[in-house]
Design a protein around this ligand. Structure first.
Ligand code: XUL
Ligand code: CO
Length: 433
């Protein structure tokens, strides 16, 4: 008996389908602009939320009852069986995992590493058999109590060492599984109070660790992209990788802006007081856009609720920026999203992903149509058209005195022009209904 036993592989049945476990918008084979929807969207299932998370919250523990919960390698193997069963049902091309999601913690570092390597062997065989690929791997350097004061930024050099050694094993695992990216989310890289924190020192440690990650990945011939995932707070009060702009400053400081890109998460952008599309557009402008963690936050809660996306207009604006950035290269759409803790059934897990994939496909299609229509881009180009002129361009390499003289002699007297926001919002809405 398998966990998802009576659930058939999900297929595309079109807009009119009332089968709750069918795709209404996501047709993986549909070709748009020379690429299939599967190739554009590059969906991934997140192992931690879908298979490791037990349904706990700050007020109560496990609500889910999964046959693979518990310690030991047999449980880890059963978890892998269930995971690849879900992948077969959904047919999404990728998955993502942390070391701690897939293997039991050993009595010491060596045993944890052996456990990881054994499960990586299990994955290797399953991936070869099914064609499911690894979008990214990562290390969980935040759940175990040894990391309570950070990993790379820990005041204790032994924790830094343990984290560095763990990073090596996780990069090795990702490389062995042909992962297309390696992600670093700074779990507890931040602080609770300045009273016990040396900011300068912690920042240097984080920069050094990232440089070692980049060097090691090169040394073993890892061809994927290294990605930092920004988040402003939670779990620590002040996370160092606050947002895309902060991460860019950090990368510049350590000379890594050409080596590392960003994995942008919808919920993290919201926590930082930005929109998802702002973070994507900024990363693209800075040349560091890599991949996305797709989810949504509850707008009233003020914390990272990691819900499955269900807002087509929001998702459309995010994919619009992704398309403008040239689409994904090694990146993709990872569902860093979890069920609500009352959603107990196997069917809930499938339905959550089906809904998320459909919302993304619907948003993507609208984004494509907006870009093809060209109205928004034409309006934007027109707004900046004055800069195409020779005198405007010359100004950018000129100096204040020369500009002053030109203003004096030509009588420049700029007239304010409408930003046309409502007209542009109406234009967007034409694609959303
Ligand atoms: C936490 C989060 C992580 C990263 C991977 O908020 O988003 O799951 O995506 O460590
Ligand atoms: Co994430």
């Amino acid at each position: 008996m398998t966990y998802f036993a009576d659930i058939a592989p999900v297929t595309y049945k079109g807009r009119d389908s009332d089968d709750p476990l069918s795709f209404r918008h996501y047709d993986p084979e549909e070709v748009i602009g020379g690429k299939t929807m599967a190739e554009h969207l590059r969906f991934a299932v997140a192992y931690w939320h879908s298979f490791a998370w037990e349904g706990g919250d700050p007020f109560g523990g496990r609500t889910f009852d999964r046959p693979w919960f518990g310690d030991g390698m047999d449980r880890a193997r059963a978890k892998a069986d269930a995971a690849f069963e879900l992948f077969r049902i959904l047919g999404q091309p990728y998955f993502c995992f942390h070391d701690a999601d897939v293997r039991p913690e050993g009595a010491d570092f060596a045993e944890s590493t052996r456990n990881l390597e054994e499960i990586v062997g299990v994955f290797e065989a399953k991936m070869a058999g099914t064609g499911t690929k690894l979008l990214w791997g990562t290390a969980n350097l935040f759940s175990h109590r040894r990391y309570m004061a950070g990993a790379a930024t820990n005041p204790d050099p032994d924790v830094f060492a343990y984290a560095a050694a763990t990073l090596k094993t996780c990069i090795d695992a990702t490389h062995r599984l042909n992962g297309e990216n390696y992600v670093l989310w700074g779990g507890r890289e931040g602080y609770e109070t300045l009273l016990n924190t040396d900011l300068r020192r912690e920042r240097e440690q984080a920069g050094r660790m990232l440089s070692m990650v980049v060097d090691y990945a090169k040394k073993i011939g890892f061809g994927g992209t290294i990605l930092i995932e920004p988040k402003p707070q939670e779990p620590t009060k002040h996370q160092y990788d606050y947002d895309v702009a902060t991460v860019y400053g950090f990368l510049k400081d350590f000379g890594l802006e050409g080596e590392v890109k960003v994995n942008i998460e919808q919920g993290h952008a919201i926590l930082a007081g930005h929109s998802f599309e702002h973070e994507i557009a900024l990363a693209s402008a800075l040349g560091i856009f890599g991949s996305i963690d797709m989810n949504r936050n509850d707008y009233q809660s003020g914390w990272d609720t990691d819900q499955f996306p269900n807002n087509i207009p929001e998702v459309a604006l995010a994919y619009y920026e992704i398309l403008k950035a040239g689409g994904f290269i090694t990146g993709g759409t990872n569902f860093d999203a979890k069920l609500r803790r009352q959603s107990l059934d196997a069917e809930d897990l499938v339905a959550a992903h089906v809904g998320g994939m459909d919302v993304c496909a619907a948003g993507f299609r609208r984004a494509w149509a907006m870009l093809e229509d060209g109205g928004l881009e034409a309006a934007r180009a027109e707004r900046y058209a004055g800069w195409d002129g020779a005198e405007a361009q010359a100004m950018l390499s000129g100096d204040l005195a020369a500009i002053h003289d030109r203003v004096m002699s030509s009588g420049i007297n700029p007239l304010p022009r409408s930003g046309r926001q409502e007209r542009l919002e109406n234009l967007v809405n034409r694609f959303l209904d």
